[in-house]
Each structure stands twice: as C-alpha cells, then as structure tokens.
Design a binder for this molecule. Structure first.
Ligand code: GH3
Ligand code: MG
Ligand code: MG
Ligand code: MG
Length: 308
C-alpha cells in the first residue's frame, strides 16, 4: 500500500466547543487537524503549514473570517487551498461577502454534519487533483525548456528568450549582447576519452556558463551539441566581453585533461561576441549570425579566445 499523508484541515473558530466538535468530525474522517482561535492566528498557521482545506468561522476577534479569507487568497497565489466558511450568519450580505472574499463554499450553523463531511471530501478531491495537474504542468514546462544532459536552458528556451528580449530592448532602446561558445577540438576529446567523458565535460562547461551569466535576466543555454550561448540583455559590448572572458578562463580553470587537443593540454572554449541595439531593420537571426562569425574568427585565430 502506498503511504499517503492524510489531508490537513485548518479549523479557525473563536468558540472552543465548535472547534472541538469540528475536530472530532474531521479526525473521524482520517484527517489531520490544526486549530486557530482567531483570524490572525489562522493566517499565521496557514502560511506556515499550507493546509489542504480551511474551515473558517465568520465572526472572530482581531480579524474576522471575511478579512481572513481575503488575506488567504492574497497569500496563497496559485496554491488554491479552498476556504469553507462555517457561520451562524444566514443573511444574503454575509453570504455575498464570503464568496467575494474568495470562499468556495458556505455552511450555516447548526452544522449538518453529513453535508459538511461530503463537502470537505469533495474539496479535498478537488485540491489534490488541482495540485497534481499543477505538478504535471510544471514538469512538462521543465521538459520543454531545460536540456536533459546539462540541465541548463535548451535551444527552444533560448529562441523564445532571445525573441522576448529582442522586443524588450527594442522598446527600451538598449543594447542586447549575445555570446556563442564552442568547445575546442571536442571531437578529438570524444575520440580520446569516450562519449561518456564527453558528456561529463559538457555538464561541467554548462555549469561555467551558468555561473558566468550572473544576473537574473541573463540566460545561458545549450545551443547545440557542444555549443553554448549566453543572452545578455541591457549589456554593452564591453560587459559582454567580460562575461566571455570569464567563461574562457572558467573552462580552462576546470583543468579537464585533453591530451589530443591542438590548443592546450586541457579542454578550452572559443567564443564569439555580438552586440546591437535591436531595431526593425535587423533581427535576432542577424545577431546570431554576427556572434557566429566572431566565433569562427576566434577558431581561425587559434581557439581558446573570444572575438567580436
Ligand atoms: P572545433 O575546435 O573546430 O570546434 O572542433 P570540434 O571537434 O569541437 O568540432 P566538431 O563540430 O567537428 O565536433 C563536435 C563534436 O561534438 C562532434 C560530436 O560528436 C560532439 N558532440 C556533440 N554533441 C555531443 C554530446 O551530446 N555528447 C558528446 N559526448 N559529444 C557530443
Ligand atoms: Mg465566531
Ligand atoms: Mg561545434
Ligand atoms: Mg567544437
């Protein structure tokens, strides 16, 4: 049998007896329970424990259920923990207020226990399903944008981000820089040390790329087989050169032995740097071509260097 943690129910009510009977009913269902005695402690517990369902009283001291419910919606973002209001208030205004605050259900006191049990069961099913979908979605998202071997961004993500930042830099009339890097004599490396060692080498070089692209807006990606790219928004040529040389030095600093290299006794990388202020007259493809030409020059000039 698979081990599943029981759902966690947060019960917020200022009345001790109500909390107790609610707890008993929920524990009978096999749920775990935590209690809060007012709206403020309900919020605190909510952010700490992220329960699966909240059973919330309306009238409580310090912060009432309506305000508490609204704050929970702000707190949770996309986690979608359902809030069920349980209250003695039956007037239309209170019902409207509860749903406006984000409650997904409304039950009046005295509690109809059979109904409450079924509603909570339904809410738990829904929240579990929702979270499974969210998880599956983020896995898919990751598969679509992350390179399986190196765990950095893949070509698809690179293309998307370059297009995105191209548009953004065009609007803001700011420079956009691109670095293309290609490992030197990598075919010889594979031939000498084997494909497995080649894969290890790619992973390590990817880490250097990742470290060199320091800012949150920089993106390093695996561009192709043993080719890498770094997108540097809002970056002049001088800044991009700095990053390119950090990568060159970083790769050499890995000191991965490469006895058959024509360049050094270790794995090295050549880089091409291109910078432009995006405009309607040019395109991301032209920036890639410029970086590729610079990379070709770096190869022709002896490798283990950058060109612009
Ligand atoms: P240069 O210095 O001119 O770049 O020479 P090079 O040998 O690096 O260039 P070439 O393009 O001839 O060879 C690239 C090699 O990269 C050939 C290919 O087998 C290898 N390669 C591409 N993708 C992978 C991969 O995922 N894993 C491994 N181990 N090798 C790969
Ligand atoms: Mg109350
Ligand atoms: Mg290549
Ligand atoms: Mg190469």
């Amino acid at each position: 049998m698979s081990e599943i943690t029981p759902p966690l129910i947060l019960i917020a009510d200022d009345d001790k007896i109500t909390r107790m009977v609610l707890r008993q009913a929920m524990e009978q269902e096999g749920y775990q329970v935590v209690e809060a005695i007012d709206g403020e402690s309900c919020l605190a517990i909510f952010s700490r424990l992220r329960p699966d369902v909240v059973l919330l009283d309306a009238i409580m001291p310090i912060m009432d259920g309506f305000a508490c419910c609204a704050r929970i919606q702000q707190l949770q973002g996309a986690t979608q923990t359902p809030v069920l209001m349980i209250t003695g208030l039956e007037d239309q205004d209170s019902v409207d207020q509860a749903f406006t605050a984000g409650a997904v259900d409304y039950i009046t006191k005295p509690i109809h226990w059979a109904v409450l049990r079924q509603r909570v069961r339904r809410l738990i099913q829904q929240v579990r399903l929702y979270r499974q979908l969210e998880e599956a979605n983020s896995k898919l998202q990751r598969l679509a944008t992350v390179d399986g071997l190196t765990q950095i961004a893949n070509r698809r993500r690179f293309d998307e981000y370059l297009e995105h930042e191209w548009q953004r830099m065009m609007r803001e009339r700011l420079p956009l820089s691109l670095i293309l890097g290609d490992i030197d004599c990598f075919k010889l490396y594979n031939d000498t040390y084997g494909h497995q060692a080649g894969d290890d080498c790619l992973r390590k070089v990817a880490q250097v790329m990742q470290m060199a692209a320091k800012r949150a807006i920089d993106l390093s990606a695996r561009y192709g087989g043993e080719e890498f790219a770094v997108i540097l928004p809002h970056t002049e040529q001088s800044g991009a050169i700095q990053v390119a040389d950090d990568i060159r030095v970083g790769v050499k600093g890995l000191e991965i032995a490469h006895a058959s290299s024509k360049v050094a006794q270790a794995v090295t990388i050549s880089l091409g740097v291109a910078t432009t202020i995006p405009s309607q007259a040019s395109s991301p493809e032209m920036l890639i071509m410029a970086a590729d030409q610079a990379l070709y020059q770096a190869k022709a000039a002896g490798r283990d260097r950058y060109c612009t």
